[in-house]
Design a protein around this ligand. Sequence first.
Ligand code: SF4
Ligand code: SF4
Length: 370
Amino acid sequence: METIQKIKKLLLCQMPGSACNLRCEYCYITNQNMWNSEIRKLDHSPLEIAEALSVKRMGGICLINFCGEGETLLSEEALELVYEWAKDGHYIEIVTNGTLKKRFETISKYPMEILSHIAFKFSFHYAELKRLNLLEVFFDNIYLMHEAGCSFTIEMTPYDGIDDCKEEILAVCEEKIGAPCHLTIVRDDTQMGIPVMSDKSLEDYYNFWSDFGSSMFDFKKSIYGIKRKEFCYAGLLSLNINLANGNYSKCYGCAPVGNIFEDMSKPIDSSAIGKCAVAHCYNGHAHLALGLIPNLSTPTYSKICNIRLKDGTDSLSEEFKQIYSQKVSDNNQLLTVKEEKAIYRRAAFEEMRVKGKANLKRLVKKVLGL
Ligand code: SF4
Ligand code: SF4
């Protein structure tokens, strides 16, 4: 095993295109009727994107979360991109519905030094897989990737529509992998506070799904709905990148602050966000566990994602366990208290400026009787 390097940044890269071979009931694309069967081509080639996010330019290796608006692996360019990133030394976590057999067969033929840099986040869309008779395909693909040397976790979104299938799902997991899958939390992104999307009370929702004993669910539940008030290093130690046009922002709910294709001879310029812009850190099982808020006590991302399989092996390789056990805040020079305060002051000033502008607009409209 090669010497494990330090992860410098977390990059959340979004593959454009709302095409998918499934139609999950709770999917935001289904809910907003945004389906588009066309597989969108990237404006920049995978090679150009890999260059824009090279290890050299990023100041070290990164953990890249690679997720599509629809199914990530539908486009062939997605595979090329993963290959280029891994070849350069980055570690990639691919979010996929796990059904595209051909894609996994292609990946399984990659050399070991590439495979060992790939982890999958297999989204377990139980009702859809069952409806389309794809359960076998899903688990076959998982084992194909595991045997090839990739890491993985399996994550299911528990929602009210599958309450009646809970025991059945646990039995399928037991039969196929010898353990329950992990659980995330179903959320309603259309509401300001991003609440849990369930008719049950929060307590009942959490209790109902606690039978899975998921460390991911337990941690998510412990931070869900809590507005983060600590200084957050998103923006400096992480970036959200839209691969369609290269625009990047500091985190969720933030406007773009730059473009990865601009001035590629220089490092990407972005400062820490400081004050979180959203109601709560709904993906904190990754962001917080990987250290975007230094000194916040969390389990490691490795503990959150790993699954002990029925053959006694783990779903994460030793290499990925080490990658997922790091905190980016331990691997970078952090800001001084004075610098953090200056960022807070600038953010507060900007907030006042935006609010003042909106109030003035309202006043003018009122005076003019509009
Ligand atoms: S697999 Fe993902 S993108 Fe496709 S329908 Fe389900 S939730 Fe939506
Ligand atoms: S607390 Fe979470 S959501 Fe908020 S800025 Fe930090 S990483 Fe992003």
